[in-house]
Structures are given as C-alpha cells and as structure tokens.
Design a binder for this molecule. Sequence first.
Ligand SMILES: Nc1ncnc2c1ncn2[C@@H]1O[C@H](COP(=O)(O)OP(=O)(O)OP(=O)(O)O)[C@@H](O)[C@H]1O
Length: 269
Amino acid sequence: MIELKHLSFSYDDKRKILDDVSLKLGGDGHKVIGIMGQNGAGKSTLFLNLVGELRPTSGEVLIDGKKVEYTKKGLRDLRRKIGIVFQNSDQQIFYSIVKDDVAFALHNLKLPANEIHQRVERVLDELNILNLKDRPIQYLSGGQKKRVAIAGIMVIGSEWILLDEPTSGLDPDGRIRMKKLIKKLVANGQKIILSSHDMDFMYETCDYFYLLGKGKILNEGTKQSVFNDEKLLEENNLTQPWLVKIHQKLGLPLYADEQDLFENNSLNS
Ligand SMILES: Nc1ncnc2c1ncn2[C@@H]1O[C@H](COP(=O)(O)OP(=O)(O)OP(=O)(O)O)[C@@H](O)[C@H]1O
C-alpha cells in the first residue's frame, strides 16, 4: 500500500501545489486508481512525489508502512516498487534503439544479460512491438513511442505502475489497446494509478477515484459516487462520462462500460 501522510509540496515558497494531502492507495483492494483534476491541479506533481522524483516539502510517503528514504538505495528500492510512464514519452527515452532503451532500467538493476534479453523480448512481444526492437526510437510514431516507454517500465515488473495521461496522442485503436493493456497488467498482479482528462477512459478503466483541486483531495470514491456529483465535476472543469450522462438524463441503469451497455440493456430483451 502507498500512503501519503499530510503531504505538502511547493515548487517555490509562494504556493502550495499539494496541501496537506493524506490518502491510502491500494488499501481496500483497489487495483486501478484514477486521479482526476483540471489542468494544473497537481496530478503530475503528486505522481513525481510518489516516485521520489520530487521530495515532499512536508509530510511523508510510506510504502507498505515504511517511510521512503531519499538516499540512493532508498530511491532504487522505490523504483523497483513503483514505475512511472510520463505523459511525454520523449521524457523517458535514454537510448536510441528500442531494445536498448527498454533494457535500460534492467542494466541499472545489474541483472544478468540473458535475463535482460528474455525480459525485453517478452515485454515487447506482449505489447505487440517485437518487430520494432532494432528500430531507432526517433522515427517511431507517438503511439509507438508510448508503447516503448511502457515496455521500459513493464520489464521492471514493479508492483505499481503510474500512468500519466496514458491515452494522450493515441488514436481510438490505441486507446482500446491501452485499456486492454491495463487489464493485462492487473491480471499480472500489478496495480495502476493513472491520471487522464479523458473521463470516459477513466470511468471505464478505474475502480476508485480521487478528485484533486487546489492542492486538496476534493472527493473520492467509486465510479457510482464520484461521477454522480456533476456540480463538483463542473467546478473543476471536468465532464461527466457519457455513460453517467445517459444514466442521469435518460434514466438508464449506470453501465460499467460500453460492452455492459450493449450486452445488458433492456432493448436486447
Ligand atoms: N517544475 C515546476 N516549477 C514550478 N512550477 C511548476 C513546475 N511543474 C509544475 N508546476 C506548477 O504546478 C502546478 C501543478 O502542475 P502539475 O503539472 O502537477 O498539474 P497537472 O494536474 O498534472 O496538470 P495537467 O493536467 O495540465 O497535466 C501548475 O500550476 C504548474 O504550473
């Protein structure tokens, strides 16, 4: 479990981006946790605090009850537990060739060469990009780069994976693949925390939500509760997912996802 205790963070001494945030992630069996909030709400800042790239100005982060230590060893241990895929894939490209880039973290972990080779091949295959392994990353499309960035985190096999805007720049097919990938990661026993402005994607993918605004957690809960509060979403420049709208405005049941709607609605009976 990841726990934040009274965590505050400021980039300068003028403004608190995160203001006394306390929460427990993954404590109640939640596997895909969504962090929502308008532009500038502090979602990425929160993620960077979770992975130790930023250090809280006050308060603390605990992983499985143990305080994060901001030493070289402490941060290395943290990286084995929590991986992050940044919004902009270019931010996490270290080598020019796909297979070398994906292997980067494993070399840092000093794993034997044959194990590195096997892990890289397996993950590239799982992501359907084995054919790209010898290609220079700079010539890949945005969606392909995103998959390479994800591969670089998946090979580590960390318990937690943070996905910052995983659907940005993806076409509809890429979005569906992303949803399937998240399901696969969860089936592998990994837990996901993601942030996105794509409310439909969030609604269909996550099993628990936090709404972040003005540095505070403004609301939290399941999809049935969080998305019903239209006013609070509007105040935070967020829209309701279409499945929630048809539930509220047309009186249809609240379907979990598109498939649920088409398979279970009364028109079929
Ligand atoms: N390196 C930095 N130095 C100073 N201020 C920063 C820095 N990074 C972010 N900020 C500020 O912190 C606030 C929160 O930014 P953050 O990127 O965490 O928000 P976000 O919720 O992820 O936004 P978005 O949805 O636009 O990605 C913003 O006001 C931003 O301008």
